[in-house]
Design a binder for this molecule. Structure first.
Ligand code: ADP
Length: 368
């Protein structure tokens, strides 16, 4: 049995702006399960309902329909502080007048225990988050990353059944975030913590999660392991959200697709008919200009040891640009003419039918 279950959870705000309209649901019949010890990251653009989902589970947001259960218990009538969930928000709101230990101990205040026991537990938590002996430091003297660790220690202090993180590393700079996210994953793995996190940062989600849930307009657009989502985005929306730009309409028949870039091979077993097609940049292979699709190199962007190459096809009509990926030394110069061939293993036929069509909000009454 999953630890956390959301069944058919719907939340609506407001009453619709015009007569006869119903408000769009911030969460629209969401079903989600989180298994014990699992790290699930909810990912999506701003306004897609991520925070609302967390707030529902925490008990900070009432639902219009649906049910949330934790360990089999319906949480409908369980107040926030009795839900056994820990929360860490982006603005971690440490108490500036308390020292580090005082902030961490705040997480223990409901749990009794002698002063000595509490002090031991605080020290244990500080060690866990990599701040041993920092108990007496003033929180105002800590760096952003250290403050984040204190906030994490405070959230872990009462040993929550479920730890919920809202944009946990949102305010830190990228290199620190990349380091901390790896540390966090290791820490949660060692502790066996069950985590539900939300973020708009796909790098963070993919590095932290066992499972990624992509949201769009209050609905789940895809739910899968990082590898599954990365390899097979469920729709053009998910593909574009992940940063893939090579997405075009295509007519797919057996083994090949007719696209604005010409005929492209597709993996065996791909859905046929009118579809959207994704070509991962790694599948856009640059060859001699006399072969394949002729393109001009419009721009190059250096990304570590790889180079993203933006190509403008040299053909009439409104043909979308293509992004290719090259090794550092193989990237052609801007303005060069190249040929392009496509590798089937990096082509994904996106099954648009996985996205549910828009439907009216259930239970909402339109005003006359
Ligand atoms: P995210 O966390 O993905 O940015 P939110 O859950 O904050 O998204 O918001 C989802 C939708 O609900 C948005 O359209 C937002 O404007 C709306 N919304 C969120 N909170 C409120 C509120 N308290 N009152 C009215 N609308 C809200």
């Amino acid at each position: 049995m999953p630890l956390l279950t959301l069944s058919d959870v719907t939340v609506r705000f407001g009453t619709g702006t015009r007569a006869g309209t119903v408000p769009r649901a911030a969460l629209d019949a969401v079903d989600l399960e989180v298994a014990e010890h699992e790290i699930v990251c909810v990912l999506g653009p701003s306004g897609s309902g991520k925070s609302t989902l967390l707030r529902v589970v925490a008990g900070l947001q009432a639902t219009d329909a649906g049910r949330v259960t934790l360990d089999g218990t319906d949480l409908s009538y369980v107040p926030v502080h009795r839900r056994g969930v820990g929360l860490m928000f982006q603005d971690h709101q440490l108490f500036p007048q308390r020292d580090v230990a005082g902030n961490v101990a705040f997480g223990l205040r409901m749990h009794g225990g002698s002063r000595d026991e509490q002090a031991r537990r605080v020290e244990e938590l500080l060690e866990l988050v990599g701040l041993p002996g920092a108990g007496h430091r003033a929180v105002t003297t800590l760096s952003g990353g250290e403050q984040q660790r204190v906030a994490l220690a405070r959230a872990l202090a009462p040993r929550p059944r479920l730890l919920m993180l809202d944009e946990p590393l949102g305010q830190l700079d990228r290199s620190l975030r990349e380091r901390l996210v790896v540390e966090l994953r290791g820490l949660f793995g060692r502790l066996g913590t069950t985590v539900l996190a939300v973020t708009h940062d796909q790098g963070e989600a993919f590095a932290l999660a066992d499972r990624v849930v992509v949201m769009r307009e209050g609905r789940i657009a895809q739910n899968g392991t990082p590898l599954e989502v990365w390899q097979r985005p469920a729709s053009a929306f998910v593909a574009r959200f992940l940063g893939f730009d090579n997405v075009v309409p295509a007519t797919v028949s057996d083994g090949a697709a007719d696209t604005p870039w010409g005929e492209i091979p597709v993996p065996e077993g791909s859905a046929t008919g009118e579809q959207s097609l994704l070509v991962r940049p790694g599948g856009v292979r640059l060859v001699d200009a006399a072969q394949g699709l002729r393109c001009t190199v419009e721009a190059r962007t250096f990304r570590g040891s790889r180079v993203a190459v933006l190509l403008r096809p040299d053909c009439p009509g409104d043909v979308p640009p293509l992004e290719a990926e090259c090794g550092l030394y193989a990237a052609p110069a801007e303005g060069a003419t190249v040929g392009v061939v496509f590798e089937a293993e990096d082509v994904v036929v996106l099954d648009e039918r996985t996205e549910r069509p828009a439907r009216p909000v259930r239970g909402a009454t339109a005003s006359p």
